[in-house]
Design a protein around this ligand. Sequence first.
Ligand code: GLC
Length: 745
Amino acid sequence: MKINKIIPITLLLTTVGITFGCKSTTDLTADSDQKMNHFISDLMSKMTLEEKIGQTVLFSSYWDVTGPISNNNFIEQAKKGEVGGVFNALTADFIYRMQKEVVDHSRLHIPLIFGYDVIHGYRTTFPTPLAMACSWDTTKIELAARSMATEAAADGLNWAFAPMVDIARDPRWGRVAEGAGEDTFLGSAIARAQVRGIQGHDLKDTTTLLACVKHFAAYGAPVAGRDYNSVDMSERQLREFYLPPYKAAIDEGCQTIMASFNDINGVPATSNQWLLTDLLRKEWGFKGMIVTDYTGIYELLNHGTAKDSADAGAQSIRAGVDMDMQSNIFMNYSKSNLKKGAISEKEIDRACRKVLEMKYKLGLFDDPYRYCDTLRAKSTLKHPIFFKASHDVAKSSIVLLKNENNLLPLSKSTRTIALVGPMAINKRNQLGTWHTGGREETVTPIHEAFAKEFPNSRLLVAEGCPYEGDDRSRFPEALTAARQADVVVMCMGEQEFESGEAASKTDIRLSKIQRDFIAEVRQIGKPMVLLLHNGRPMVITEEEQAFQAILEVWHLGSMAGPAIADVVSGDENPSGKLTMSFPRSVGQIPIYYNYLMTGRPETQERFTSRYLDSPNTPLYPFGYGLSYTTFSYAPPSLSQPTMRKDGSLVVSVAVTNTGQRDGEEIVQLYLRDMVASVTRPVKELKGFKKVAIKAGETVKVDFTITNDLLSFYNAQLVKDSEPGEFTVYVGGSSTTTNQTRFILE
Ligand code: GLC
């Protein structure tokens, strides 16, 4: 099917029956709510205790693994009604056969629910979430989620373990690749977009999945950046910076939530009554289903907060957990826990009901096989429209970090281009971490895309250097190519498994051999462009000196090559902006833009909050990204100099494209509360708009400020604003000084 470039991609999606862009109305109406409750109450009245416990059990299939396998006879158990769901099972055919086994043989014919880590694509792979976040384009991010849900649902799945919304300020932690970065406001907007995309506006639609916001909570703040490590912070910090994206996902209608591995202030999330019941269900009104992370219940023994598995199981279901992922503990101990009074039948009924509600909302009781259409799978997976969407968002995810003397874009009449480095022809690593259903054969690699993008250039391709190790035997071939070239494009970075789960690092520079390789190429003295492929922000302080131009190209998925080639050639003007700070050194971590002033702000004076060996500032800050054109900002103006709590005010700014070519600019609004009852960040993102501006044109951008944007948690944990002066910053990066002030009365 030829993709018509003119028709908006969203319209095209509709042509393949994919609804898009509607608020998730997965919450049932009162009438349908009543019908569901009646249906489930009637079903539960027929269920035995064992069958109710069975619904709270989730096992991994052997088809794909995302952790240790502990049980291989789950199908036999499921046929006895002792399993409620399976994850990591794939294909419409395999799922159909498993579902049929269970529905036909189980006493009450209750269907299974099938989950999978559909994180940034299914068969068509999109850029990693941190990369897509750098587009700041919630429409494209929603479309990516819509696309991956459509593919996965076509292949039999019902439930995506996404979005991951963990705020993170520490790039040593490999899972920063799965989230949206360091900012709460942006992370919340992206969380909402992802839930909309995954759940669509009707969960019975067979292009939608249940979403599962994770990892609740604050998994992105492990001590020392080491995965699974403890999280310890004040409740104020938790509520101010880490909890809002989970709340945003739930307010958007997210139906399930995953408890995180970590302990929070000493209490593991998996058995945290305050977190899962008092906060989530009572304060936030969450009515969906809570699932643990992989063997999370069993891990309470390692945490040392449960004396045995039975105790772990009792604590978790009492705390609010409804489904036990992979630890076998609800299956093996709930009945005896009930018998000895460690848990109540009410808790078992609650958990069972929550799982049955999910199955009901998916329409699995109407037709357990509604997602298992092998013909639909065949016509849906790898549909050209998904590659188009992936290509589109990948282009917008690329961040131009440096462009000395406008080396980029490269002219298409460049005589000879050397394309060197481990990523020059590699496909698999373009998929990035958690590519799960992705396949490397879907990837167009860089060298193939460059050959198409620069047909009149001589392209010398030589990897020359491995990702790691000390094999320098292929350096010479790459150095020879570099000597013959007019420009050297170096494709360097991390392999896909170097970020993601269980991938923390103490050194986040390029590997030694890659740095040596760069140094040798640099000796040749040709203009050099760095294409940096990574899951996390890296320390590239050395490279910042070595290259005239640097593009942050992340792991962009199936369309990595074409997206990168479009930007390098100038067919696409880069517009991405970083959503996580790039430190100058690992010693600066944690590092983030919305820091507190301290009593001794950094100056050149000795006794101030500074380092002896480095500035406090990052190498590249949050919100930063260059363009092939330039933009200038007039001072922001206000609709009025003061604002009442029950009122609002409008901030307006004129942005001019002062360059020679059209471009897109992500206009960012930051606020600073100058004096408050607690210390407040030097600035916080409170609005952003991506605007297309033609060369030489000026666009007026407005932001409306309301009281909720000024509110924060005070020392008594009351969220409110306080009268006083606020500074408003509007610019193209968090470092903007373009400002004005207003008074909140
Ligand atoms: C993993 C991850 C979680 C994932 C789950 C199922 O350990 O922590 O993000 O959804 O297990 O694969």
